[in-house]
Design a protein around this ligand. Structure first.
Ligand SMILES: Nc1ncnc2c1ncn2[C@@H]1O[C@H](COP(=O)(O)OP(=O)(O)OP(=O)(O)O)[C@@H](O)[C@H]1O
Ligand SMILES: [Mg+2]
Length: 238
């Protein structure tokens, strides 16, 4: 799904936390690509993502999805997951099966889909464990498997691999790439891990103090001569 934002402004009380203007007043997130949103703490990344996901209303500006305003039909094809996911106090299996149950999938098909996700995210051994007492990494993998279960068209991820060990990061990135390549899943991901952004993203948007300073390919950001971007990249050298 193509997502276009135009002239987005978000103000909380007196404070403007997002104000897209100038060259990057309008942003285009092309269907079937992996888009990274990067930038310092408090720059407006989560705010922009929540606006794009239809979870926060902008003070001004619009978002269009394949040229249309957001309706229930489009909203139901998008999913959102963060590094502090909310899981039910039921088993991991039940958590992943939930989106399929509410979509009234047949039991066999649910079993098959959930089993495949449990294997893919390497959490099959703990599938009957309550999601209440999981480690950070286990709950993030469960949340991601749940988000992917119904094959959404757009996946929004807010720092999905924060506090995750390198092996699990690899598992998560492989799953994201697979869905992107095989199913054309559009992914918008916020990450502080710049090497991750370069590994998986086709497009990067850089926010700083509520403004957008860059929105283009990873190759181009490497040769950006903007001092703020330059400093951010050199701090994140890997
Ligand atoms: N509900 C809210 N009410 C008031 N201010 C808010 C609200 N949500 C966010 N903000 C403010 O908006 C600014 C941008 O926040 P946002 O969460 O979008 O930043 P971020 O780029 O995601 O930061 P981080 O990297 O730390 O997650 C911050 O200064 C934050 O305090
Ligand atoms: Mg954030």
């Amino acid at each position: 799904m193509n997502i276009e934002t135009s002239s987005i402004i978000k103000t909380y009380k007196e404070k403007t936390v997002l104000h897209l203007e100038g060259k990057y007043q309008d942003l285009f997130f092309e269907s079937g690509k992996i888009h990274g949103i990067i930038g310092p703490n408090g720059s407006g990344k989560t705010t922009l993502m929540k606006i794009m996901a239809g979870l926060v209303t902008p003070t001004a500006g619009d978002v269009l999805y394949n040229g249309q305003p957001l309706g229930q039909e489009l909203f139901s094809q998008m999913t959102y997951s963060t590094h502090t996911p909310t899981l039910f106090s039921r088993s991991i299996y039940e958590n992943i099966a939930y989106p399929l149950k509410i979509r009234k999938w047949e039991k066999d098909k649910i079993d098959q889909t959930v089993s495949q996700l449990l294997d893919e995210f390497e959490i099959a051994a703990i599938k009957n464990q309550s999601a209440r007492h999981l480690s950070g990494g286990e709950s993030q993998k469960t949340a991601l498997a749940r988000a992917l279960s119904f094959s959404p068209q757009v996946l929004f991820l807010d720092e999905p691999t924060a506090n995750i060990d390198p092996k699990s990061i690899q598992v998560i990135e492989a799953a994201l790439k697979k869905r992107n390549v095989e199913d054309g899943l559009t992914i918008i991901i916020i990450t502080h891990n710049l090497s991750q952004a370069f590994r998986i993203c086709n497009h990067l948007t850089f926010l700083d103090q509520g403004s957008c300073l860059f929105s283009d390919t990873p190759e181009k950001i490497m040769v950006s001569d903007h001092p703020t971007i330059d400093e951010f990249i050199s701090f994140n050298r890997f």
